[in-house]
Design a protein around this ligand. Structure first.
Ligand SMILES: *[C@@H]1O[C@H](CO)[C@@H](O)[C@H](O)[C@H]1NC(C)=O
Ligand SMILES: *[C@@H]1O[C@H](CO)[C@@H](O)[C@H](O)[C@H]1NC(C)=O
Ligand SMILES: *[C@@H]1O[C@H](CO)[C@@H](O)[C@H](O)[C@H]1NC(C)=O
Ligand SMILES: *[C@@H]1O[C@H](CO)[C@@H](O)[C@H](O)[C@H]1NC(C)=O
Length: 187
């Protein structure tokens, strides 16, 4: 390989890593924005101020998820993507709650979908099968069962207003966790 080629190769490599770190930084800002937007929408889904104490539930979040500092940047992207997807699937049923304004539910779903698309095209697709496999074997499968418990709880409570309030509160705080994971995108 002659010198010119090596230079071109080096430039190319340099450009592509810069491009990925640029997109990580932009993605981080957009993810924060999107979380703020989702939390604002969730606050508006208040319904009646019922006392839902007896409906409280511990959905048993997997322990590993409480320590986002141990995640790698590459895995964090998959975890966030899957959380948004699961949150999306929970709230798709939200139209059935007569206490909720359907316009707000629609806005929430479209915000979640937009952010999933963005994550998908900027990172998730580029990270490859090996990172995906690792992220899934480590944490995402356990995380999935957490969201299955939430969906089963709603079903068991016949999608009552109180059950929705409990779930809304739970998922509201999930966005704070997503933000901590998003910090991983910082270089
Ligand atoms: C985040 O939101 C602020 C205010 O709404 C806006 O000025 C900024 O451009 C947004 N940033 C991104 C990366 O979307
Ligand atoms: C539902 O929310 C939208 C957007 O915030 C608002 O314009 C509309 O008036 C609300 N509808 C009801 C019935 O409260
Ligand atoms: C993300 O990409 C995968 C394929 O890479 C596709 O199956 C999936 O539907 C995409 N999701 C979104 C929300 O765009
Ligand atoms: C969701 O929020 C609840 C309540 O703050 C918290 O206990 C749980 O760990 C969060 N789950 C995720 C996946 O962040």
């Amino acid at each position: 390989m002659n010198n010119r080629c090596i230079l071109q190769l080096a430039l190319l490599l340099c450009f592509s890593t810069t491009a990925l770190s640029l997109s990580y930084n932009l993605l981080r800002l957009q993810q924060f924005n999107s979380s703020v937007e989702c939390q604002k929408l969730l606050e508006q889904l208040n319904g009646r101020p019922a006392d839902c104490l007896s409906d409280r539930m511990d959905f048993k979040i997997p322990k590993e998820i409480k320590h986002p500092q141990q995640f790698q940047k590459e895995h964090a992207a998959f975890v966030i993507y899957e959380m948004l997807k699961d949150i999306f699937h929970v709230f798709k049923k939200g139209y059935s709650n007569p206490d909720w304004n359907n316009t707000i539910v629609t806005d929430l779903l479209s915000e979640l979908h937009q952010q999933m698309d963005l994550l998908n095209t900027t990172v998730v697709e580029k990270l490859g099968e090996e990172n995906k496999r690792q992220a899934y074997s480590m944490i995402i499968l356990r995380l999935k069962s957490y969201y299955v418990r939430i969906r089963m709880y709603l079903e068991a409570k016949l999608y009552s207003s109180c059950a929705w309030t409990v779930v809304r509160d739970e998922l509201y705080w999930n966005f704070s966790f997503i933000n901590r994971l998003t910090d991983k995108f910082q270089n």
